[in-house]
Design a protein around this ligand. Structure first.
Ligand code: ADP
Ligand code: MG
Length: 415
C-alpha cells in the first residue's frame, strides 16, 4: 500500500533540520530531530541513528525515537554485526520481510513490537561512513522515489552535522596541541636563554686563554695540536650558544632602508671560504631594478647565511648554489631564491623544517630555519620551500615593498 505523500511536512522537516545544522553546534539536537521527523513523516514505529566511532570502528546508538528507544541503552555494534553493504553506499536498504533480512538481529522482538518492515540508510561524507539510520515501520508498504529522496536528504543533513562536529573536534584538538607545544617551547626557550647566557662567559674565557697559550707555544710544542682542537670546538660551542640566544631573544627588527642585494653580497663574502673548501660553485644573479626596502640588515644577513649554509651542507661533494633576486612589482614584492643541487628533502620531512630543534645533521642545532622564519615573518615576508629528494632544494623569500602593490590597488578598486 502507498501512503499519500505529505510534501509540505517533508519540506518543513527538512527546513527545520537544515536550520539546526547551520545554527547549532550540538549534533545531538540535529540527530534527535532527524529521527523524530523521520518517524513522523514515514508513519514509522520508530527510528534509530548509530554513529561510527573511528577509534573502535564500532557503531554507537546516538539517537532513537519510538520503538527504537529500547536500543538506547544497548552497546556498540561492529560493521560485521550491522552487515553493512558498502558497495551500495547511497542506497536505502528496504527489508520487507524482517524474518529473512540478513541485517536484522532480533526479528522476534521487532515483530512482537509490531514492526513489519525496516529501512536502513548509511550516512556518508566523501568516502567516510559516519553512521547509519534505521527506520522501523508498522506495515509493509511501497515507498515513492520522493519519500526515499526525503529520507536520503535527511541523512545527508545528519552527515553534514556529524562532519561539522568532527571538524570542530579535530580543530580543537590541534589547537590544544599547538597551545601545549607553544607553552613548552617558550619555557624551553627561557631555560635555553638562561643556560646559554651562563655558558657564554666561561666559553669566552676558555677561548681567550687557549688562544693565548696557542700563540705562545713554539712550533714543535706537543700541546699545540690539542690547543687548536680546544679553540675550534669552543668556537663551535659559542656559535651554537649564539644561535640559541638569537632564537630565544625574539628581537624586534630595527629596520632602515637598505639594499637587499648588498646584504646578500655581504652574506656571500662571509661564506666564501666555506664554498671554496666544499668545491661549491655559486652563481649570483642579482636584479638591478630592486629598490631599497625597510630591513634589519643584521637579521636579514643572518637569514641568508643560514640558508646558504644549509644549501652548502646539503651538497656532499661539489655542487652548485644559485642565488637570484628579482622584483615582482605587480605584487609589491622583492624575491630572493636560493637553490642548491644537494640531497633535497623527503616530502614527509618538509613540514618539520621550521620547527625549532629539528635537525638531520649530527652537529646541527635545528635553529637556523626557525630563526630565519621568525625574522622573515617580522619583516612581513614569507619563506617557502620547494624540494625534490636527491635533486635539490629551492628556498624562496618574499619581502614586501613598503608601498601598496598595483595588484592590491586593483583589488580594492574592484571591491
Ligand atoms: N637546502 C637544504 N637541503 C636539504 N635539507 C635542508 C636544507 N635546508 C634545511 N634542510 C633540512 O632542515 C633541517 C633544519 O635546518 P636548520 O634549522 O638550519 O638546522 P640545522 O642546519 O642546524 O640542522 C636540516 O637539518 C636539514 O635536514
Ligand atoms: Mg642550518
Amino acid at each position: 500500500m502507498t501512503h499519500t505523500i505529505d510534501y509540505k511536512g517533508f519540506y518543513l522537516a527538512f527546513r527545520d533540520i537544515s536550520r539546526l545544522v547551520h545554527s547549532s553546534t550540538s549534533v545531538q539536537e540535529v540527530i534527535d530531530l532527524a529521527v523524530q521527523k523521520t518517524t513522523e513523516l514515514l508513519n514509522a514505529r520508530g527510528a534509530l541513528l548509530r554513529i561510527h566511532n573511528r577509534e573502535t570502528d564500532h557503531f554507537e546508538v546516538a539517537a532513537a525515537c519510538g520503538f527504537a528507544e529500547q536500543y538506547l541503552g544497548k552497546g556498540p555494534v561492529s560493521r560485521e554485526q550491522l552487515k553493512l553493504d558498502l558497495n551500495h553506499r547511497d542506497d536505502v536498504c528496504i527489508f520487507k520481510d524482517i524474518w529473512q533480512a540478513p541485517r536484522v538481529d532480533s526479528p522476534q522482538r521487532a515483530w512482537d513490537a509490531g514492526v513489519r518492515m525496516i529501512l536502513d540508510y548509511p550516512l556518508h561524507h566523501d568516502d567516510a561512513i559516519l553512521g547509519v539510520i534505521r527506520v522501523y515501520l508498522a506495515e509493509a508498504q511501497e515507498f515513492s522515489q520522493a519519500q526515499l529522496d526525503f529520507t536520503i536528504s535527511i541523512g545527508e543533513q545528519c552527515a553534514c552535522a556529524l562532519n561539522k562536529a568532527r571538524l570542530i573536534e579535530n580543530q580543537q584538538s590541534q589547537y590544544n596541541h599547538l597551545v601545549l607545544q607553544t607553552e613548552k617551547l617558550s619555557a624551553l626557550g627561557r631555560m635555553a636563554a638562561g643556560i646559554a647566557h651562563e655558558i657564554n662567559n666561561p666559553l669566552g674565557g676558555i677561548l681567550l686563554y687557549s688562544s693565548n697559550m696557542f700563540k705562545k707555544a713554539g712550533d714543535g710544542d706537543p700541546c699545540k695540536k690539542g690547543l687548536e682542537i680546544i679553540m675550534r670546538e669552543t668556537t663551535r660551542c659559542k656559535g651554537i650558544i649564539q644561535e640559541l640566544l638569537e632564537f630565544s631573544r625574539h628581537k624586534a627588527p630595527d629596520k632602515i632602508r637598505l639594499s637587499l642585494n648588498d646584504i646578500i653580497c655581504k652574506a656571500l663574502s662571509i661564506l666564501d671560504n666555506e664554498f671554496m673548501l666544499r668545491h661549491i660553485k655559486v652563481t649570483k644573479t642579482l636584479a638591478d631594478d630592486l629598490e631599497d626596502i625597510l630591513l634589519d640588515g643584521n637579521q636579514m644577513e643572518q637569514v641568508f647565511i643560514n640558508l646558504l649554509l644549509n644549501a652548502a651542507q646539503a651538497i656532499e661533494k661539489r655542487g652548485h648554489i644559485r642565488i637570484e633576486t628579482r622584483l615582482d612589482a605587480d605584487h609589491g614584492l622583492e624575491i630572493v631564491e636560493i637553490a642548491d643541487d644537494g640531497c633535497g628533502i623527503a616530502p614527509e620531512d618538509a613540514g618539520k623544517l621550521f620547527e625549532p630543534f629539528y635537525s638531520t645533521k649530527s652537529t646541527g642545532t635545528g635553529l637556523g630555519l626557525a630563526v630565519s622564519y621568525g625574522i622573515v615573518r617580522n619583516h612581513e615576508g614569507q619563506i617557502r620551500v620547494a624540494s625534490q629528494l636527491n635533486e635539490g632544494t629551492c628556498m624562496t623569500i618574499e619581502l614586501p615593498l613598503d608601498r601598496p602593490a598595483p595588484s592590491e590597488l586593483r583589488n580594492q578598486g574592484n571591491a
